[in-house]
Design a protein around this ligand. Structure first.
Ligand code: TRP
Length: 324
């Protein structure tokens, strides 16, 4: 980790099992980018408390995220993988940001507006979410923040907050840039819509074989017989084949669909086999890491100490600028 590399920072909320769509849409990019940047990825456990309010669940989810990322190839030697709460100073910085931010400005946040439109109970933590996220980013002097479209506004909040702080207290923070991950593969779910937890159409990234089978078997088909020609463009299975079969296989499947001769049963069997081939090595790697949770916790702790070290240097400058 040389200092000449640009600093990349991202946070992941520990809120459950990732699915294949999460992998291609976000997680994989951290692995692809980890050599190129001074990479720092943290598990946003403070943020999670806005929704997860059970100690056992939170600590289990936190460990699970660490295992997920190790399994997909995050290398702790290349990426500083740590827990947000190992830098309690982000809350201190968040408070300072609270004091220079107006309520109407925070009321413009999409996440807040959505929650309000749905008449959800909104805790102060949820309302203040963008400023804690700004602290995460700015305390690390991050240059780039890889996020999906849905988090773009949050990075803009961090930028605005940095500018405002700099204006009031003097030049202190670097202005971060979002790295929007929109060239990534969007994986369709079992119903043809984008794979998403909220649609209930997901296939878990570390699914067991029988889960993969069940998910694929649940893909709806019509009553066309084996020999009837089928239009691959409107077939949910084909949409998935495109992501899990190799180029030659895809051509072959498409040909057999169009000419007739490929039945849904066989199509599903091919898909199950290909998804299993993709998932099983990741799943087995995760199981290996899961055998030694203490080693994973130790890694998180050591990395947390390093990340805090960096944050404390920044906070010294901040406290001085503010007059604390
Ligand atoms: N809000 C992000 C999400 O829900 C998680 C997050 C928290 C984050 N702090 C961050 C992402 C800082 C990037 C940078 O996915």
């Amino acid at each position: 980790m040389t200092t000449t590399k640009k600093i990349l920072l991202s946070g992941v909320k520990p809120t459950g099992r990732p699915h294949i769509g999460n992998y291609f849409g976000a997680m994989k990019q951290f692995v692809d980018l980890q050599g190129e940047y001074d990479s720092r990825v943290f598990i946003a456990d403070y943020h999670a408390i806005t929704t997860v309010q059970n100690a056992e669940e939170l600590s289990q989810n936190t460990l699970d995220v660490a295992l997920d990322y190790l399994a997909i190839g995050i290398d702790p030697k290349k990426t500083l993988l740590f827990k947000q709460s190992d830098i309690p100073e982000v809350c201190e910085l968040g408070w300072i940001f609270n004091c220079i931010t107006t309520m109407p400005y925070l009321m413009r946040a999409h996440a807040y507006k959505d929650a309000e439109a749905k008449n959800k109970e909104i805790n102060v933590g949820l309302f203040d979410y963008p400023l804690l996220m700004a602290s995460d980013i700015l305390i690390q002097d991050a240059d780039v923040v890889p996020v999906g479209q849905d988090q773009k506004q949050h990075v803009e909040y961090a930028r605005d907050t940095a500018e405002k702080f700099n204006r009031i207290f003097g030049d202190t923070f670097k202005l971060p840039n979002p790295l929007i991950l929109d060239h990534v593969k969007i994986i369709p779910g079992t119903d043809g819509q984008k794979m998403s937890k909220s649609y209930g159409n997901t296939i878990a990234l570390f699914a067991e074989d029988d889960e993969i089978k069940r998910a694929v078997m649940s893909i709806p088909t019509n009553s066309q017989g084996v020999d009837e020609p089928k239009d691959p463009e409107i077939d949910h299975m084909f949409a998935l084949h495109k992501h899990f079969a190799n180029a030659e296989e895809i051509k072959e499947i498409e040909k057999r669909y169009r000419e007739g001769g490929l039945g849904y049963k066989e199509s599903k069997e091919i898909l199950i086999s290909n998804i299993t081939k993709f998932i099983s090595p990741l799943r087995e790697k995760r199981k290996e890491f899961a055998k030694d949770p203490e080693a994973v916790k130790k890694m998180l702790k050591e990395n947390g100490e390093k990340a805090r070290e960096l944050a404390l240097q920044k906070m010294e400058v901040v406290r001085k600028a503010v007059g604390l």
